[in-house]
Design a protein around this ligand. Sequence first.
Ligand SMILES: [Zn+2]
Length: 500
Amino acid sequence: MRIVTGTVSHETHVMSNISTGLDEFRSRRLLYGDELFSEFTGTATPAGGIIEGCKRNGFELVPTVFASATPSGIVTKEAFDQILGDIVSRIKAAEPFDAVVMHLHGAGVSEEYMDIEGKVLIETRKLAGNRPVVATFDLHANYTELMLENADMLIGYDTYPHVDGYERGLEAVDLTARMLDGSLKPTLGFRQPPMLPALQVQFTGRYPMKRLIEEAHRMEGLEGVETITVAAGFPWSDIPEAGMSFIVTTNDDQLLADSLAAELHDLAWGMRREFLVSPTPMREALRHVGKAKKGPIVLADIGDNPGGGAPEDGTVVLKAILDEGLTGGVIALIWDPESVRAAVEAGLGKEVSLRLGGKTDNMHGEPLNVTGVVKHISDGKFTNLGPMSTGAESDLGETVVLDIGSNDVIVTSKRVQPLDLGLYESQGIDITGKRFVVVKSSVHFRAAHEPVASEIIELDTPGLTSPRLAGFKFKNIRRPIFPLDVEMLGITELKSMEDG
Ligand SMILES: [Zn+2]
């Protein structure tokens, strides 16, 4: 059997002013054909799982295009046209094939399409005809009717931090194998409660998301149930379908699929108040750090998370740390290629004065005038230690560590979410001996940092990924939706809201 695969992965924050063109894909990953194997074989990623799943099933895997960019603003028409065009021509060239197993993100928006994955799946379906079309998705996918109409199965991650991409890739291939041998007729039940949770409360390690995932796993043990997707969605792609979804896949049992999807919908709706967020005021957290006996305290700058499309050049937390006179910390990180170049030109061990960060927009703090000593210079490449994407390569671009006020400030040329401890190791930093570490991350940092952190505090910082969703001007999301519409806090007739 021959299986075709391809990837378009972008989480689009439509309010970001960093436009997403081909350069943004090239800067992260734009791979063609067999390059997929050298990049992902043996890695704990969806592509790694698809590669391994095909090997175990004795399938030949034919990669087309793997396109992934760091979350940022709307994808340009030019970039999407070229990526989609390459996928289409390479699927055609892969004939004769037996099935398509894609890895998509699920929250991509281009200048032309609000739902780029739906568009990819329509074009794929045209070429595949009756042959299986299966796709894995991120937990932050916003599922649409277009996606459901054009794929046989949509399999999302069960975890945030995303540590099960590999397992979902394997699962997608195994279920495709059962479609191919005729033992599985996927039948989907789909429900979307009017809920738009912020990233903070999508963390699957604690209530209420944990409860939803546990319930889905219990249901997956029922006779006839094949796989269940619980998606928390991504608010800032600002499409009508943004938010939470449930997809139940049974083996030819529509009634069961529909009723289980409805059960999950009602369970989530009943817990909606638990999806409200209350991060810690920054000054309160920093005063606590000042008094703490044990480190490292991990401070999450949740408003400036590049993994959700924020610029990662925000200075709000660094400024407050310097104002408070806190020392012995690590700032991971500030994206500022201009400052990196200036520091590299000054040279290792030299003092340098910079206008640091705050250059992308006016939501994440002003540029800071600072003086620091260049402690470390590197090409910024490192291998992920895991548990997220274990074995996959990360690239910060040219990177320096500056000693500013006796804190290690990591300044990079690329936007990369600090979620892996390999990042610090590559910069000559041992965070276990530090008082605190600031991470520009909402939830992903937890997977690697929780085991070494003395404490974790989510800071109430401003920015494009702030959990204060009511502060954003959404244009397209269906209304009413919780928690944007405050009347939904109370007891309202669910039926009428769904109709509305
Ligand atoms: Zn995600």
